[in-house]
Design a binder for this molecule. Sequence first.
Ligand SMILES: [Zn+2]
Length: 90
Amino acid sequence: MVEAGCDGHPDGCPEAGPGRAFYVSVRSGDRAGCLAGPYATHSEALAAVDLVRVMAEQADPRAAFYGFGTCQAPDTARPVFGLVRRMEPQ
Ligand SMILES: [Zn+2]
């Protein structure tokens, strides 16, 4: 499932269950996949969405038309961009 943000989790973000983790996901039409992760928490994955979107657009200009969000998937998934983290402001 692709989510735009945590508005869908007013009572708190879901925990990734056993063997599950959060990922930054991409969707284009009926196709969807994980681009970055695994993250232990939903908020970590959400924090990386903007950066992953930039990386994806640099890798493929068509990504500008894709939808980005987060998903849960088995924690054995190894997305193309790996574990992307936003740089902390200096
Ligand atoms: Zn959430």
